[in-house]
Design a protein around this ligand. Structure first.
Ligand SMILES: [Fe+2]
Length: 300
């Protein structure tokens, strides 16, 4: 499960001080000194009991920085812009965790807040419980490198424990290792995160899991290329079909290779044609495509 970082400190800092300190040093979870430094600034910010309320009032009254409006929907409040180009760039956000008593929970449903949706992360982040009792999680670990990543593949999850992100508890979530299935808090809660921004993270998948079956359920990180390829092939363009045939064999992204097979399978006239296509997928040389292809053939 995420590493609990015990760094008690009575010092507090302002949001601009925290942003400036993180911009200077960044956050690299592979480097213990960098992690300890980022965790110290997160602790100091969490000790500041008024910064978040003040910031939200500024935004509500139009006095705040609208350019920082969240790109993550109403559940996340972006607190700082990442200084891209800097080594180990990181940014700050607040995550809001409604309880079943909250109107937004009742109208949008648990799934909109990822409760009961077990997942790993394709980025490292630090988190601290800021206010409210905090969400609970069932924590698991798994070996990302041993998993090809196709739906229904055995994930090898090991259950660690159920625990709560109580106020002041500070943890390091490790990418591709820590998996959690969250339960809503008893009342509205907020956590503050230091998020590592890694330009390479888009090439590594974030997985959703099926805990009952113990398998990978789906990819959670979007990949626009998959949709583009499927639409291009569905449009009937000869160039798109040529590209899809190349991508199915050679594209560096296994997800795009699989999307190529899916796109062409949609165009198959009958089950025999689809079976032949997926047979080629089984022999394509990609463990991920082969696993998905075997499942598709079994379903035909
Ligand atoms: Fe998560």
């Amino acid at each position: 499960m995420p590493l609990v970082i015990d760094n008690p400190s009575a010092e507090s800092c302002s949001l601009p001080e925290c942003i400036e300190a993180l911009a200077e040093t960044g956050f690299d979870a592979q480097d213990p000194a960098s992690t300890a430094n980022a965790a110290l600034w997160l602790r100091r910010l969490a000790n500041n009991r008024s910064f978040l309320g003040d910031l939200l009032v500024d935004r509500l009254t139009g006095a705040g920085d609208d350019a920082l409006a969240s790109g993550y929907g109403p559940q996340a409040i972006i607190l700082s812009r990442p200084r891209t180009g800097r080594k180990n760039a990181a940014f700050l956000r607040a995550a809001i965790w409604p309880s079943p008593r909250d109107h937004v929970f009742q109208t949008s449903g648990a799934a909109s807040f990822v409760y009961g949706a077990p997942h790993d992360h394709n980025f490292d982040f630090l988190t601290v419980g800021y206010c409210g009792p905090g969400y609970a999680s069932d924590y698991y670990e798994y070996d990302y490198g041993a998993v090809a990543g196709y739906p229904h593949e055995e994930a090898g999850l090991s259950f660690i424990e159920r625990s709560t992100l109580a106020p002041g508890k500070l943890m390091l979530y490790r990418r591709h290792l820590d998996v959690h299935s969250q339960l809503p808090p008893e009342s509205l809660s907020v956590s503050i995160n230091v998020m590592r921004l890694d330009p390479a993270q888009g090439w590594f998948d974030q997985h959703g899991f099926d805990l009952e079956a113990g398998t990978v359920a789906r990819w959670l990180n979007p990949n626009a290329g998959e949709a583009f390829l499927r639409v291009a092939v569905a449009s009937g363009s000869a160039a798109a079909l040529d590209y899809a045939e190349w991508a199915g064999r050679h594209h560096p992204s296994e997800r795009l290779r699989l999307a190529s097979f899916d796109a062409r399978a949609d165009q198959c006239g009958d089950a025999a044609e689809a079976d032949a296509l997926w047979r080629a997928g089984e022999l394509s040389g990609s463990r991920m495509v082969a696993g998905a292809a075997a499942a598709r053939r079994a379903a035909l």
